[in-house]
Design a protein around this ligand. Sequence first.
Ligand code: IFM
Length: 441
Amino acid sequence: MPEATFHFPPNFRWGVATSSHQIEGNNTNNQWWAWEQQPGRIKEGHQSGLACDVWQHPEIEFDRAAAMGLNAMRLSVEWSRIEVAPGRIDTAALDRYREMLKALRERGIEPLVTLHHFSDPLWLTEQGGWLNVNVIRYFIRYVEQVVRALGEYTNLWCTLNEPNVYSYMGYMAGLFPPGKQDMRMTFAVLRTMLQAHAAAYRRIHRLQENARVGLAHNLRFFDPLRPHNLLDRLVAWVRDMGFNQTTLQAVWNGWWVPPAGFGPALTLRRTLDWLGLNYYTRDLVKFDPAAKADFFAQTMHDPQAEPLDGGYGELYPQGMYRALKQLARLGIPIYVTENGIPDADDDQRPRALLLHLHQLWRALQDNVPVQGYYHWTLTDNFEWAEGWTLRFGLIELDPQTQRRTPRPSADLYAAIAQSNAITPELLDAYAPELCKVLLPS
Ligand code: IFM
């Protein structure tokens, strides 16, 4: 057996990532719950319902994570539970989150708390949501309450999850609430979200001296289908600007770039202590003169690549290395705040996990300052417009009975976290075909 082992740095964070609406259950006071009640919005008419019942039984998840040897967990707090009506704070909800963070600490797990992960209180939606610029003020008021209540147990904060996905899916693709298809609104929402991020960044630092504040950015690759075709390259570049670069340019360089606008965004500049990378897949992009509504681009997946469940994308682990190298230019710590694949029968996940982590390891060898990896996700949860049809969990969940069954990749991930390494034995046991690919002969 070959001997090479891929070691990760001491103190590397091995975690799982989750979000409130996807796991807590009965989040009836937010816009997603209302959206799920509308026929035709969610695949197969699914609803979040009790989700993973984490609001009532968080210890089930925490015990599982601790038993796996994980030392980190990313979770979000639910604005609609905490601020039940404008300015009306439910202190019992905040206490509940305090108990949760304490319980994590007692298990040796460091919490990374996301303040906004796709769900908005209904009262905010009724006031126009993120199209109403007052939202910045409301968001700060809520953030202040959360930081005061939970600051004893964490200093690692993620202001927003994937503002690019929230604005694109809700205002361009129309697949998330409020179901709009309007480019002007899309970028108005994105701009407001990033302004709220910057304001939250400052407020958190005022409240907590040692705070470490970042945001989770979904970076997706858009590669030209025909690399030498100038028009394919152009439309791929436009996609990359619209989806990836607008956010990064604003919060790092303090500059709005098209199509989000053009000009200074000075108050946003350098509002990151760290950056979260949510990496999943890539698209190939082809110029198509007929696709006017899609900015003359057709997107597809590489026919040679392994497709993921439910048309989610293609297996493209090299994207992990490319993304980390790209983000390394910022010169700040990076957390992989999400990565995983939908794979109900777990026939791809062990291999995918190993391949993605190997690419992360490669980036570490190039001195990219990656501090941790949060797998999406611990237990199957409510996958937004895809309902329960996509299963991202290391642990399988039957949402009806709440029965949990660990998939083989849960054991694999536990073994990696515990040894802080990918060993030849693990490769051999979980994906022997990779030994030839990854190990020196
Ligand atoms: O489930 C989502 C998560 O809420 C945001 N990032 C992508 C995940 C998988 O699609």
